[in-house]
Design a protein around this ligand. Structure first.
Ligand code: URA
Length: 299
């Protein structure tokens, strides 16, 4: 659709729409395309004299306060700006297994970002209980995950399994996914545009699973989900109210969830001294979910 729009203006409009979505505002009037660009921009200016649609997006690694960051939307890949507010096809399906299948089919043999031609063997969609109360989100598949097509099956996955067990539950009871679904070459961090391109599918998965608590594993997951940049020290230790960006809940009983940030298991493998801190994060999550840790075996 509005391909005539200047890319900068399109990005600014998409960011503004996401911002309004996050405030719970979804309904916008659409003018005919011919006068769309100018009219939409001026409508925003009239409705909200404070609006600054030229607000720049964040640079990777840029530090900012959570307060300021909360109002900044993530970078938006070239997309139809109204996709963000259109109902998603899976939302008319009651069965979460079917709904997830629709999202997977929508992904197809994805070529939306550069990762598809950088050696990925397969797309790693997500795994687990489609109605889980607890969902974990990592960064992206590694070699083992790329081989098996399942998230967190390598060494970091073993540790994640142990963390889940320590909470008194099994891996099968939670849902696990990643910010990007294709393996970045050499296990490099996914680029910002790769996260921005892939994460709308994750947002849709979250909206289907409807967890009570979402745990972001590591900085990439935390920064992408929260659309903010801050250190892990600043991000951990509290809950955030989270609504999947660009997805309007069709369930009156689910209007988002709590999000907690903890260390990525791969980081904990490198620095096991931080395991105690991660356990504190998980205890906070357990408390929120009314879970009790299993009694320690004395054997
Ligand atoms: N690291 C991640 O972030 N995700 C995986 O699936 C595996 C390792």
């Amino acid at each position: 659709m509005p391909s005539a729009l200047d890319p900068e203006l399109r990005r600014a409009l998409a960011a503004r729409i996401r911002y309004y979505n996050e405030l719970g505002i979804y309904d916008f009037y659409r003018r005919p395309l011919s006068d769309c660009a100018g009219a939409f921009a001026s409508a925003i200016a009239v409705d909200d004299p404070e609006a600054d649609i030229s607000q720049p997006t964040l640079e990777t690694g840029e530090e900012m306060s959570p307060r300021k960051a909360a109002a900044v939307a993530p970078p938006v890949a070239e997309e139809n700006i109204f996709d963000a507010i259109a109902p998603k096809p899976e939302q008319s399906v009651g069965d979460p297994v079917q709904a997830l299948k629709i999202i997977r089919e929508d992904l197809g043999d994805c070529t939306r970002c550069a990762l598809h031609k950088q050696g990925r063997k397969q797309i790693v969609f997500g795994v687990g209980n489609p109605t889980a109360e607890l969902m974990f989100v990592g960064e992206g598949p590694g070699a083992d995950e790329d081989e098996k097509g399942e998230p967190f099956v390598g060494r970091a996955g073993q540790l994640l399994n142990n963390m889940i067990k320590a909470m008194g539950i099994e891996r099968e009871q939670v849902y696990i996914a990643n910010i990007v679904k294709c393996r970045p070459p050499g296990n490099r961090q996914p680029e910002r545009d790769e996260c921005a391109t892939c994460s709308p599918f994750l947002m849709r998965q979250i909206a289907v699973v409807k967890p009570k608590v979402l745990v972001a594993l590591g900085a990439t997951a935390a920064k992408t989900l929260l659309a903010m940049s801050a250190s892990m020290m600043q991000l951990r230790g509290r809950f955030y109210d989270f609504k999947p960006a660009g997805v309007r809940s069709n369930d009156p009983n689910w209007d988002g969830c709590k999000l907690a940030v903890t260390y990525h298991p791969a980081f904990l493998l490198r620095d096991p001294r931080q395991k105690g801190e991660a356990w504190k994060d998980l205890q906070m999550v357990m408390k929120e979910l009314g879970m009790k840790a299993p009694a320690k075996s004395t054997e």
